[in-house]
Each structure stands twice: as C-alpha cells, then as structure tokens.
Design a binder for this molecule. Sequence first.
Ligand code: ADP
Length: 261
Amino acid sequence: MPPTESGGTPAIEFRDVEKRFGDHTVLKGLNFTVSPGERVTLIGPSGSGKTTILRLIMTLESLTGGYIDVHGEPLTHMERGGKRVALPGKQVRANTKRIGMVFQHFNLFPNMTVIENLVEAPVHVLGMKKAEAVEKARGLLQKVGLSDKENEHPSRLSGGQQQRVAIARALAMDPDILLLDEVTSALDPELVDDVLQVLRDIAEETDITMLIVTHEMQFARDVSQRVMMFDGGVILEEGHPEDIFTNPREERTRRFLSAVL
Ligand code: ADP
C-alpha cells in the first residue's frame, strides 16, 4: 500500500476502481488516496462521476472492478490468490459504520421526530444505550442550532433546518469519514449560509476526513486542502484550491470554473 504524502495509511484509497452501469462505464480505473483528516473537494461537470465516487464509498453502489480500502482495510472487495473476492455483507456493514454521508435531499426518516432521527442508528447499529444516544443527540442539535426542534417532524422544518438535522444525524455516528454530496444544492439561497457555517465549524473543530461534492466554490476554497477536477470519470487535474481556482492548468477546468464561479 503506498503511503500518503504525509506518510502512514490513507483514510481512503481507490485502486483501479471501475464502475459500470450496464454498458456505460462511468469510472475507468480510478486511483487516488485521501489522507486521514484531509478535506478534499471533487469538482467537475455534471455526469463526471463525483456522486458515484461518494456512493461507492458509502457502499450504496457496488464496484464493478478494482478495490477501495478504508484505513488500510478492504471495504467491499479484496485480492486473494490473484482473484478479486467480495467480502461478506456483515463485514461490509461493519466497515461502513464510521462512514457518514449527507445527501442533497436530506433523506431524513419522515415518520420520526428530529431527535428520533439522530438516536436511531447509534442505538440500533452501534448498540449505544438510549439515554446516552439522546444526550449525545441533544448536544449535536445544539451545535447545529436546532435545540428547540427536537420533537418536530422533518416536514415541519425548512430545507436548511432539515439539512442541519441530517448533518447532526451523520455526526451522531461519530464518523471518521464524512461524505457531503451537494448538500446545499436543493436549498433556497438564503438558507445556504447557515448550513455551510455548520460544516465550516465541523471542519475547524474536528479531524474528520471529508470528501465534498459542491458547487460552492468559496466554501470549497475555505475548507478543503485539495481539489480534484473530474471529467469523464478521470481526474483531469488536482491541487491546492488556491492553485486550481486561480491558475488551473487545463483549459477544461478553466471553462468549468468560469461557468460556475
Ligand atoms: P456527477 O455527480 O459528477 O454529476 P454521477 O456520479 O451522478 O456524476 O453520474 C455519472 C454518470 O453515471 C452519469 O452519466 C449518470 O447518468 C450515470 N449514473 C449514475 N447513477 C446511475 C444509475 N443508478 N444507473 C445508471 N446510470 C447512472
């Protein structure tokens, strides 16, 4: 396993990852690593494979080729005797416990109150005691500024509030990897800042490894240490946000940025 730039085991490593939907190959032998605690933003035109990458790490999509390792351990497939072998479902589920994802459309449980949304997985997946999970949930709701909403159902909240609940729900599992998929794209413009501020705070206060798909370029610039520009399922270029945003090497990146900035 190649060490990260800073040495040590990567938090995430893609090795020759291929993803096909039918005869449409979306990712073609993709290789990259993310260091523990690193925050990386994925940019690129619609359809370039960014969401698919996050969904593969969350195991919401299955790999059709290659390997993803998380903290040096195989996530869904391993190599044994020169063959690619799928891991048992139980092991895959155990491997994803510390991976959190926040989606564009919140995906809260609509039939549960806010606090029930936060308590569900810690109790049922981690086996946490209910009282402990509730206490932790209250702390997280305070953090995202929604202490007064714990007994509301999601449908009674604004999109921005729902998204902050979704972020708190992901944090309730103590993730060491957090995947953010266009988390502000479905929000009215006036609700975006509160959500981004919560994420900025998390970035500042924790060492959670973050993979971020966003069109909020200022946010990407503020929180990420690296930007990867995708086109057609491959990394066209990558680098420090300052370099990519102000002085991209590739004409394709330049065109993409002038369309979104
Ligand atoms: P991005 O996030 O960069 O917009 P996606 O990862 O969502 O790109 O999509 C990459 C490509 O994969 C697109 O061409 C999309 O149509 C295709 N794709 C994604 N999910 C599916 C699916 N479930 N079935 C078929 N094609 C899909």
